[in-house]
Write a protein of this length. Structure first.
Length: 183
């Protein structure tokens, strides 16, 4: 099963992704985690990504697509793409890569959370890019660059919207109800 997880920063994708990969045996590819590791290790990709991440902006498509291509081979038994794609160009690149492998996406989960709740959650998280100015920028980047993916995948017929309000357990139960249709 190949799953994409879309949703604004602070929606709880990371927390739910951990539940999903544990229970469904999927390879977890979080571009945010991969980029943070690259920044920490000061690799060429990390050095390039750092300034964008600090500003709450998206890292350029070609950099992120390179990170994904490198790792997707590990995903033989299915994958959960968490935080990728984040632009239409990334989604088109992903479709092309997966078409070549004859392994298209099964489902795109959109984790939907109202904006005022996102601010509350992000402010309490304490990551380096979780200060109010950067949070604002990341939400702007989400609306302008990532939200169009909802239309893109609706058109492909594989988008499923998940209500992201409630406890972690309640939200995960909604996710399971959808994923179990694709097992
Ligand atoms: P995340 O952990 O998914 O919230 O990602 C943290 C930061 O990494 C984002 O604010 C972006 O700067 C960068 N990033 C992660 N995934 C992507 C992506 N698919 N495209 C561009 N930038 C990304």
């Amino acid at each position: 099963m190949r799953v994409v997880f879309v949703g604004p920063p602070g929606a709880g994708k990371g927390t739910q992704a951990e539940n999903i990969v544990r229970d469904y045996g999927l390879f977890h590819l979080s571009t945010g985690d991969a980029l943070r590791a690259a920044v920490k290790a000061q690799t060429p990709i990390g050095i390039k990504a750092d300034e964008y991440m600090k500003a709450g902006a998206l890292v350029p498509d070609e950099v992120v697509i390179g990170v994904v291509v490198e790792r997707l081979d590990e995903a033989k038994d299915g994958c959960l793409l968490d935080g990728f794609p984040r632009t239409i160009a990334q989604a088109e690149a992903l479709d092309k890569i997966l078409a070549e492998k004859n392994a298209p996406l099964d489902v795109v989960l959109e984790l939907a959370v109202p904006e005022e709740e996102l601010f509350k959650r992000l402010a309490s998280r304490g990551r380096a890019d979780d200060n109010p100015e950067v949070i604002k920028q990341r939400l702007v980047a989400y609306h302008e660059q990532t939200e169009p993916l909802v239309g893109y995948y609706t058109q492909s017929g594989i988008l499923r919207k998940i209500d992201g309000l409630g406890t972690v357990e309640e939200i995960y139960a909604r996710i399971q109800a959808v994923l179990n249709e694709y097992k």
